[in-house]
Design a protein around this ligand. Structure first.
Ligand code: PRE
Length: 374
């Protein structure tokens, strides 16, 4: 007689519980790993080790008749969880003696997030927020590094104000998403070492490991090396970038993306097609797109306005985009299908091999979305 479904389900429950117990055992070992890393100064994220493990796991999975892609997802989730665990307690310090950081904008989301990371690495943190300017001189005195992380429309003023209290041995840096203009301003306002930083994530991340920190050289780069090492110890990936190139890319990443999200949402409103209704008819890829648009409207309008209007070059590019849009709209209005095909093929050539990569990565994204919320 064949085994009943009930019996099979019981066996599955037993296996799943064993998996959970093994995961708990893994988590215990990760706590010891974190402690060892803290003593020996090894970063939370070790790219080489993760790659090596992934390659081996995929091979082992294939030998056992398990899909290597699925096995890789599972392993990556475990490693992400262990990096999150390692980010809960303390971090190694990049310097033998603690450093004193002054975070200007310490009550904002990014200020709070980084203050916690800095404290967990054994350094001292002072914060200055909008009501503390009377104490600014005292707070700046003796700080090793001053980090400006305030909304972009205030960054220029704040840099000028705080730099007045700084002496030439102190390091000045900022987190603003426009780099060339503010690195130049910091160089003018301060005689000592300067570095422009842009963490490429928001304040809502669970951990900064594997997140990208863009670093734009200002003055005396050797004075900022310990700081960059500290980011690496938190597990961050570092991208040393030219400020102009960073800004040009950012006009698309921030300016254009936020603007297109507004176009999309306000057009839906005009058509009276609400997101809830659209979800009933969404393909997985449209659902992903609607989520990317929708997440922006769960946040502060003024913050986005400041980002979109933060820079004259960005505004010029958005205006050019609208001109480009009109030219392509004309092609649709006149029914010029041949031109559409030519434009499409030109874009295909321009994207080159990235097209295949995008298909694979977006496929991954929508499958995970469907698994979880689908
Ligand atoms: O091997 C380490 O260094 C670990 O911290 C463990 C581990 C893992 O979970 O296997 C986690 C994070 C690292 O990026 C690599 C691997």
């Amino acid at each position: 007689m064949s085994t009943s479904l009930e019996e099979l389900r019981k066996r599955l429950d037993t296996i799943d519980e064993s998996v959970l117990r093994l995961l708990a055992e893994r988590q215990d070992i990760i706590r010891q790993v974190a402690e060892t890393k803290r003593k020996t100064g090894v970063p939370v994220y070790v790219a080489g080790r993760e790659q090596e493990k992934t390659d081996r796991f995929r091979e082992q999975a294939a030998q056992l008749g398990i899909s290597p892609d699925w096995a890789e997802d599972f392993l990556r989730m475990m490693m992400s969880a262990s990096r999150a665990n390692q980010s809960e307690a303390t971090f190694p310090s990049a310097t033998p003696e603690p450093k004193t950081w002054l975070i200007v904008g310490g009550e904002g989301g990014m200020g709070r997030l980084y203050a916690e990371l800095i404290r967990k690495s054994g350094h001292q943190v002072r914060t200055l927020d909008r009501n503390d300017w009377l104490k600014a001189r005292a707070l700046t005195e003796g700080a090793d590094v001053v980090l400006v992380t305030v909304p972009i429309n205030l960054t220029g003023d704040v840099i000028t104000r705080i730099a007045r209290f700084m002496s030439p041995e102190q390091l000045l840096c900022d987190f603003t998403s426009i780099k060339a203009e503010y690195v130049n301003l910091m160089l003018q306002a301060h005689d000592g070492p300067v570095v422009g930083l842009h963490p490429m994530h928001g304040p809502d991340v669970r951990q900064v490991s594997r997140q990208l920190m863009v670093v734009c050289e200002g003055r005396q780069p050797e004075a900022a090396e310990w700081l960059i090492r500290q980011f690496e110890l938190w597990g961050m990936r570092i991208k040393r970038a030219d400020a102009d190139m960073h800004d040009r890319a950012m006009h698309l990443v921030q300016g254009l993306r936020h603007f297109v999200a507004l176009l999309h949402a306000s057009f839906m409103n005009r058509l009276d097609l609400r997101p809830e209704d659209m979800l009933d008819y969404s393909s997985p890829i449209y659902r992903a797109e609607l989520m990317m648009t929708g997440r922006i409207f769960a946040q502060d309008a003024r913050l986005y306005a400041d980002i979109v209007f933060s820079d004259a070059e960005r505004i010029r590019m958005l205006t050019d985009f609208l001109g480009h849009h009109t030219a392509l709209a004309e092609m649709v209005r006149t029914g010029d299908k041949e031109r559409f095909i030519r434009e499409f093929e030109t874009a295909t050539d321009f994207f080159g091999a990235f097209g295949a990569q995008a298909l694979k990565e977006s496929g991954y994204l929508i499958n995970r979305l469907a698994d979880r919320f689908g």
